[in-house]
Design a protein. Structure first.
Length: 301
């Protein structure tokens, strides 16, 4: 049987990828409440928000203030997303220490998401990465739609590898392979992670951002571990999805992932039962049932 790592890192992205598609605007106090809850139950990487224009993503309008009001805990990484140089400048001013930025491997998704062609996006991201690195920020360079596009279908593996190799040459700390449209399966995840590993610096960590849109999230996560991936993005209660890709909802629920890893003997440091209570609070605020499974098993209604 395939040996699994002793430990993995789970980054919760409910405050960014989760809330960005919601109509309900969460207050800073509410966001801080969930950050404190994630900290208390053992989540050691939290994506706090994104530095994007509030016209397009109004839920992220207060990210600068949110960072200013954080009380950072030792051993926890607080991350954010930036999509342009203005976002990088705001992140630097806010004192962010770990910043994600990305391009889409899909031409049509790139245009719909950022109004840029892939080549334009690739040119734009280089000085963004260089400026963040020069400012002492750890950079996670992402490749959106790496495992398929909800608009254009299959994305060439070589294109993803070429983008990853370019990121590697810039000296980033992590490369994020994103299943933006939730089209991946365990075979495609294993093969893509393996191919990307072959073209980047061995010191760079590969991160998987997997959606559970079609119910394959945990299976894809396990395939990623088999390919040597040790960092995974999830979201409390399975909240979230890309607002610019129809039907691309459903991140892997953080509590579900932590439960699965616990059952497999893989350490995450996360109290999944505690997170279930936090997920129920999120459901109460949103007034609907969310996709995460373990909260409903632990707290049946």
């Amino acid at each position: 049987m395939q040996r699994f790592p002793a430990t993995i890192i789970i980054e919760d992205e409910s405050l960014r990828d989760g809330l960005q598609i919601e109509k309900r605007i969460f207050s800073i106090e509410e966001k801080l409440h969930f950050i404190r809850g994630l900290e208390a139950f053992g989540v050691r990487r939290i994506q706090v928000g994104s530095f994007v224009h509030p016209k397009w993503v109004p839920q992220m309008a207060d990210t600068d203030e949110l960072f200013s009001r954080l009380s950072p805990k030792p051993g926890i990484v607080y991350t954010a997303l930036a999509l342009n140089m203005r976002g990088v400048d705001r992140a630097i001013a806010a004192g962010v220490k770990h910043l994600a930025m990305s391009v889409s491997a899909s031409e049509i998704h790139s245009i719909k998401n950022t109004n840029q062609t892939l080549e334009e996006a690739k040119k734009q991201i280089v000085p963004m990465i260089e400026k963040a690195l020069a400012g002492g920020i750890a950079v996670r360079a992402g490749i959106q739609s790496a495992l398929g596009c909800g608009f254009g279908g299959e994305v060439p593996t070589q294109r993803v590898c070429d983008i990853a190799a370019d990121f590697s040459a810039l000296g980033v700390q992590e490369i994020n392979i994103s299943d933006t449209s939730g089209l991946a399966n365990p075979v495609s995840v294993f093969e893509m992670a393996t191919r990307v590993r072959d073209v980047i610096d061995p010191a760079i960590e590969i991160v998987l951002h997997l959606h559970d849109t079609r119910g394959l999230g945990i299976a894809n996560m396990i395939a990623g571990m088999q390919a040597g991936v040790r960092i995974f993005d999830t979201a409390l209660a399975g909240l979230g999805g890309c607002p610019f890709v129809p039907g691309a909802s459903g991140n892997i629920a953080t509590e579900d992932a932590a439960y699965a890893m616990s059952e497999m003997g893989v350490e995450t440091g996360i109290d999944w039962k505690g997170l279930c209570g936090l997920s129920c609070q999120l459901e109460s605020l949103l007034k609907r049932r969310l996709p995460g499974r373990m909260a409903h098993i632990l707290n049946p209604r």
